[in-house]
Design a protein around this ligand. Structure first.
Ligand SMILES: *[C@@H]1O[C@H](CO)[C@@H](O)[C@H](O)[C@H]1NC(C)=O
Ligand SMILES: *[C@@H]1O[C@H](CO)[C@@H](O)[C@H](O)[C@H]1NC(C)=O
Ligand SMILES: *[C@@H]1O[C@H](CO)[C@@H](O)[C@H](O)[C@H]1NC(C)=O
Length: 361
């Protein structure tokens, strides 16, 4: 068993070093890897639309065809989100007339309709706590503020001194953190979750594969051997494999942290601005419907036969759980763990729970 362990560790490291080869790069201390690439790297290191340029090793820049150039503040490869800032330090100025993301792989994260107002009362933000004061657009005699469209009626009388500049759908944004965008293609989430390296399958085409980590290559018993430091016979259910994969991922994240000081997945998921970072409590998770698969293993969505969290195929008699609003299925054991840490659906990032709360409040 010890031999198997050593062998599998060697296999794993060889596989990772050859496949990860030339692509991962650093810019300003941040790791840049698939689907992103730096413009100095070979084309096939990144997916189309994910070019970054590294300015003097001080900051990574993202250039969007119709929205212009932004500084990359953070990339969360696991949840597939990126935070970008205006290089001039005034992100709202880039949002006030809308953010045109045409021709990019990105979409706004937690988009919300805001009204931007120009108010002759310079102290308006003190009277209406819910407005977001935009200091970089305001002057001594006027305030530029933004307020969610659905709050406008509530404060209309207090906002009498204000003229409307624009009403636009904007991503979640923060004066320091910038604005959040997300991408769904390519989907490397399962690969990242297992600590693998996501990459193109071949020299042409857009198909991707996962190399190394706990998703491919080595056998299940070798994976378990690595995780436990001891040989474990292959009698585990898929649920257990899923569980171990998460364990492995915890280890991986932790490890990465210490190695490089980069907190890519963690910084992203520890944000609370959108309420997404917090997981759900036990009773809420329990309330999500369970389906037990019958022998036919048929789900209401055809073609949906693999759990996107652990990448295991569903088997008869397994318990699956659904997120009510988006109807995505996962192994219950996988989804429960996921939801404890993150309330968004791993596939579509909807947070049914939170949007419902906003609507009803
Ligand atoms: C990204 O890189 C590709 C390949 O080098 C190039 O064709 C494309 O124009 C670049 N896109 C942007 C937005 O820089
Ligand atoms: C984005 O800008 C381009 C070029 O100006 C325009 O053709 C396109 O319709 C715009 N898309 C949106 C969604 O506004
Ligand atoms: C807001 O209004 C003031 C004058 O009332 C004007 O000088 C300023 O340019 C306006 N700002 C914007 C962003 O519209």
């Amino acid at each position: 068993m010890a031999l198997l362990q050593i062998l599998s560790l060697v296999l794993l490291s060889v596989q990772q070093s050859t496949s990860a080869g030339i692509c991962p790069e650093y810019c300003a201390g941040q790791s840049v890897h698939f689907p992103f690439r730096l413009s100095t790297q070979p084309d096939r290191c990144g997916y189309p639309g994910f070019n970054l340029s590294c300015k003097n090793q001080i900051k990574a820049m993202l250039s969007l065809p119709f929205a212009g150039e932004f500084v990359v503040r953070d990339i969360d490869y696991l949840y597939q989100r990126i935070w970008i800032n205006d290089p001039g330090g005034c992100t709202p100025a880039r949002l006030v007339h809308g953010l045109n993301l045409s021709g990019t792989p990105f979409e706004p994260q937690y988009p919300e309709s805001y009204v931007f107002l120009n108010c002759s009362d310079a102290a308006i933000s003190k009277q209406v706590p819910e407005v977001r004061y935009i200091s970089c657009l305001s002057g001594e005699t006027f305030s530029v503020v933004a307020i969610p469209v659905d709050r406008l009626d509530m404060y209309r009388t207090l906002l009498w001194s204000c003229g409307k500049i624009a009403e636009v759908l904007v991503p979640d944004w923060d004066p320091i953190y910038g604005m959040g965008l997300r991408w769904t293609e390519p989907n490397c989430m399962g690969c990242e979750l297992g600590g693998g390296t996501c990459m193109f399958k071949s020299d042409t085409g857009l198909d991707i594969r996962c190399s190394g980590g706990f998703n491919s290559g080595i056998s299940t018993s070798a994976k378990l051997g690595i995780i436990f430091g001891a040989g474990i016979p292959l009698l585990c259910t898929l649920g257990l494999v899923c569980h171990l994969r998460r364990k492995a991922n915890d280890f991986y994240n932790h490890h990465q942290h210490h190695n490089s000081g980069i907190s890519v997945p963690v910084v992203g998921s520890s944000r609370s601005a959108a309420g997404n970072a917090k997981g759900l409590d036990g009773p809420t998770i329990e309330a999500y419907p369970i389906t037990v698969l019958d022998e036919s293993r048929r789900l209401s969505r055809p073609g949906d036969n693999t759990c996107s969290i652990c990448l295991c195929e569903y088997q008869a008699n397994e318990k699956l759980r659904t997120i009510p609003d988006c109807k995505h299925y996962f192994h219950a054991v996988c989804l429960d763990e996921w939801l404890k840490r993150n309330s968004a659906c791993p596939l579509c990032r909807n947070t049914p729970h939170i949007s419902a709360a906003i609507v009803s409040s």
